[in-house]
Design a protein around this ligand. Structure first.
Ligand code: FUL
Length: 480
């Protein structure tokens, strides 16, 4: 009897060895080497935001212009019912994660009482010169639990120092005021536009110093410009990011503004780009960036906004949607209604994941963590043991009609997939329904609806073993 109760040390050692080998083999099967370049922690957090609002507001709102000259009477700025809480509340309800405000546009007018300028809210009639839009917005965002960012135009058509080396100091001091009094910001937005100032001179921007200064005022910080350093322009103002979209960019030899890479490069990134600089799509809900009453009936519809979402977030980037307040200082009801319709459309489209109850199999040995593909957990992933002809098969419990598959890479390990396709089983054969290139943070693949109970995802080419975070499938009513 004693024999059965006393563990034999040799047998015990063998059992322990066996168990630890199995555990470490399973871990090794999932252990992934990053494929550089990879995103920073801040960039990863930025990717997760997906969608946020832009707000263009200032003298142009009252003069009906898009580019003010900088010589407008500051008294023209006089919103009758400004309410930043309304902006923030609607942004939140629309699912936007933050608001980026034009703290200063090209006319040089500052929406806060800046010490660096004499063209500000302080010089206006609004609230007898005691108003401060930056303060009001930062309080409103905090109350609504969304984040705030700032657009600060380097081009300034009002500042007397513009066009001289001292203006670079002015720009840095202006940034400092913003960061110190109203930060932290989730994003700092640098416009590449560089025109003439009041004295007819153009400015040589010292972006190197601007960058160092901004990072000294706030760390971590995401800075947008044509070429980063943190995120890039997508090459157009229509809200479309390339179907092929590498989060990578080569910046050596390029500059912001006219010296930027070709717009197609910004739109698609560089296949072998040296830096992780993902694309942001900036677009307005109306034809103009600023409010014009004549455009009240030209607000994009929920369907059009949803299409923009597919072309930006659905191509692995973020969507920065401009909603310009009117002369009261409020979102116009047409814009608010479109935003609510857009939110509803997204909620309806992605609420019923048809892969949730699927059974998953693959053509390679790493079967163990396959469930992570459909567990709807952003922190888990599955990786393959090969980098070409990876086939993932998803069997549904019963046939479903679907027209969209959402694929996500675990980009913390780098962007890898070069080319993939999707097939749906029809009777006894698989039929190709989608051919794609990159996946990145998110790819929303849409195709004509198909009724099926089996889907194959085939990764034909990948820079290294694909590391996938999630696969989901949907039927979206009336894809635009
Ligand atoms: C451009 C500006 O010139 C437009 O007025 C607008 O602010 C847009 C977002 O960026 O470069």
């Amino acid at each position: 009897m004693a024999y059965y109760h006393q563990a034999n040390p040799t047998v015990l050692k063998k059992i322990i060895l066996f168990v630890t080998t199995i555990i470490s083999l399973q871990c090794a099967a999932q252990k992934v080497q990053p494929l550089y370049p990879i995103p920073t922690k801040e960039q990863l957090a930025w990717h997760e935001k997906e969608f946020y609002l832009f707000i263009h507001f200032g003298p142009n709102t009252f003069t009906d212009k898009e580019w003010g000259e900088g010589n407008e009477d500051p008294n023209i700025f006089n919103p009758t019912a400004l309410d930043c809480r309304q902006w923030a509340r609607i942004a939140k309800q629309a699912g936007a994660k933050g608001i980026i405000l034009t703290a200063k546009h090209h006319d040089g007018f500052s929406l806060w009482p800046s010490k660096q300028s004499t063209h500000t809210v302080r010089e206006s009639k609004w609230k007898n010169g005691k108003g401060d839009v930056l303060k009001a917005l930062s309080e409103a965002c905090k109350k609504e639990g969304i984040e705030m960012g700032v657009y600060l135009s380097p081009w300034d058509r009002n500042h007397p120092k513009y066009g001289t080396p001292e203006y670079n100091d002015v720009y840095i001091a202006t940034m400092k005021e913003l960061f110190t009094n109203y930060g932290p910001f989730f994003e700092l937005w640098w416009d590449g536009a560089n025109g003439e100032g009041p004295n007819g001179k153009k400015q040589v921007y010292d972006f190197k110093r601007f960058e160092q200064a901004a990072f000294s005022f706030q760390q971590p910080l995401i800075i947008f410009s044509d070429i980063g350093p943190s995120i890039r322009w997508c090459g157009n103002e229509k809200g479309f990011i390339g179907n092929t979209n590498w989060n990578l960019l080569d910046t050596a030899g390029f500059a912001r503004g006219l010296g930027a890479p070709h717009v197609d490069t910004l739109n698609q990134g560089n296949f072998n780009g040296k830096h992780w600089i993902p694309a942001e799509a900036d677009v307005s809900i109306r034809p103009g960036w600023f409010y014009h009453a004549s455009e009240d009936d030209r607000v994009k519809t929920p369907d059009e906004l949803f299409n923009l979402y597919l072309k930006s977030v659905g191509n692995g980037g973020n969507l920065l949607l401009n909603v310009p307040p009117d002369r009261r200082g409020l979102f116009h009801p047409n814009d608010s209604a479109a935003l609510m319709g857009f939110a509803k459309k997204r909620a309806e489209a992605f609420s019923h994941n048809l892969f949730k109850k699927a059974s998953v199999s693959t053509n390679n040995q790493r079967e163990t963590a396959l469930r992570h593909l459909i567990d709807e957990n952003d922190n888990t992933y599955w990786t393959s043991d090969r980098n070409d002809q990876v086939v993932i098969q998803l069997k549904l419990p019963y046939p479903e009609t679907l027209n969209a598959v959402v694929l996500e890479e675990m980009i913390a390990y780098g962007q890898r997939v070069i080319r993939f396709s999707i097939e749906a089983k029809q009777e006894t054969q698989f039929v190709k329904v989608f051919e794609g290139t990159t996946i990145g943070r998110k790819k929303i693949a849409t195709f004509p609806k198909v009724a099926t109970n089996e889907i194959k995802i085939i990764i034909h080419e990948s820079k290294a073993q694909p590391v996938l975070r999630s696969l989901s499938a949907f039927y979206i009513q009336s894809i635009y």
